[in-house]
Design a protein around this ligand. Structure first.
Ligand SMILES: [Fe+2]
Ligand SMILES: [Fe+2]
Length: 255
């Protein structure tokens, strides 16, 4: 038999089998309800429905093969490089604070202030971001990240901070912050750490030189000194916010 003329040589058949095995091993990837809500649909991926659509396959319970692989014990820097969708704004803010001679605490707060937006969720990003980092940073840094969300809407001429033009552009000039933001601002204004959070706003400018060279490498030492990296890996530890990091690590796990 002319093996070359035959459509299924031994090696081709082996490849086919291998591929079949791989397909069998492919897991069913689900979207969480919040992702559907974000698509404007109140619905969920239910197990029976998904199983019927993908007979013989199991649900994904770990790494999503579509995402960049993460190391066994991921660090904050690994999340920066492989899970944060954009880091330019964070690096530019932190660079601005660093060049302005701010203490490392403020530089770190600037570096982390919008991590919720770039990796997780926009709504109430200050609160989410603060919870993500709370177990690993100075209390003051987490507090500042939480409250910058509210302070951003209120000027402080003493440090030359006005209402951002960008916000007029983004939300319309008649936008008024909701009462919970106003209340948060009032509490923050009277707080002993007010200025730390305000300094995030001062350094949080979107019109920085877009050609400015920024590099995460410049902040690795500051992270090392100010962010308590858990030895088990960020998210694989037992901190009160480890589950949030795990969700970013494995966003499509079925459970
Ligand atoms: Fe922000
Ligand atoms: Fe920001």
């Amino acid at each position: 038999m002319n093996e070359h003329a035959h459509p299924h040589s031994m090696s081709e058949r082996a490849d086919e089998l291998e591929e079949k095995k791989m397909h069998e091993m492919e897991r069913i990837i689900t979207k969480s309800t919040i992702a559907h809500l974000m698509d404007g649909a109140v619905k969920m991926d239910t197990a029976p429905e998904m199983k019927a659509r993908h007979p013989g396959r199991y649900f994904l319970m770990g790494d999503d093969p579509r995402l960049p692989p993460m190391p066994e014990r991921p660090t904050l820097v690994d999340y920066f490089r492989r899970r944060f969708a954009s880091t330019a704004h964070l690096l530019q803010s932190a660079t601005h604070a660093l060049k302005g001679g701010q203490p490392e605490k403020v530089v770190l707060a600037c570096l982390l202030h919008d991590i919720a937006i770039v990796s997780f969720i926009r709504c109430d990003h200050g609160y989410w971001g603060a919870q993500m980092i709370e177990p690993y940073v100075d209390e003051e840094v987490a507090w500042a990240v939480k409250t910058h969300q509210a302070l951003r809407f209120f000027p402080d001429e003493s440090v030359g901070y006005g209402y951002p033009d960008l916000y007029k552009e983004l939300f319309g000039s008649d936008y008024q912050p909701e009462p919970y933001i106003v209340e948060e601002y009032k509490r923050a204004r009277a707080h002993k750490w007010y200025m730390t959070s305000r300094l995030i706003c001062v350094n949080d400018i979107y019109s920085f030189d877009p050609t400015a060279k920024v590099n995460l490498d410049d902040f690795v030492d500051i992270i090392g000194r100010n962010f308590k990296q858990p030895k088990e890996g960020l998210g694989l530890d037992n901190s009160p916010s480890a589950h949030m990091w795990r969700t970013i690590l494995w966003p499509t796990r079925f459970l």
